[in-house]
Design a protein around this ligand. Structure first.
Ligand code: AMP
Length: 127
């Protein structure tokens, strides 16, 4: 079964300008803004502007231009935050949740970029 995109999700409303966001970066195909409930000193969400539910949906069906733009947007956000280890930053955690087991709340692809403190263990240690 292919993904069904729900255009009433909160990030679709942000993209349409129906609700505000604290924008950090925007390009032709991507948008980055602060998470409304930050879990770290820096907590930024990077989303594609197209109607993609999660990462595998995007990876299989987005255009090359969208994929390139989104990947570059993530790099630009890391630069903007000054967290990229390669340029003297202290690092970050990037997370993309998907579906029920991934505990995805908003069904529009987003990566979380968390930084500004040690983010701790990757996941709770439970097999
Ligand atoms: P996920 O569980 O990966 O789907 O995460 C969804 C994230 O969206 C959570 O970290 C929320 O705090 C965040 N969020 C929900 N509504 C908004 C909003 N209006 N603006 C910014 N972030 C939001």
């Amino acid at each position: 079964m292919e993904y069904q995109y729900d255009d009433q999700n909160i990030f679709a409303k942000i993209l349409r300008g129906e609700i505000p966001c604290k924008k950090l970066y925007e390009s032709e195909h991507s948008l980055a803004f602060s998470d409304i409930a930050p879990k770290a000193p820096h907590h930024v969400l990077v989303i594609p502007k197209g109607p993609y539910v999660c990462y595998d949906h995007f990876a299989r069906t987005a255009t090359d231009a969208e994929i390139l733009d989104y990947t570059r947007a993530i790099g630009a956000v890391c630069d903007e935050l000054g967290v990229a280890p390669g340029t003297g930053g202290n690092g970050y955690r990037m997370i993309a949740n998907a579906g029920n087991d991934g505990v995805q709340e908003v069904p529009h692809l987003h990566v979380h970029i968390l930084a500004g403190r040690n983010i701790g263990p990757m996941v709770l240690m439970r097999p």
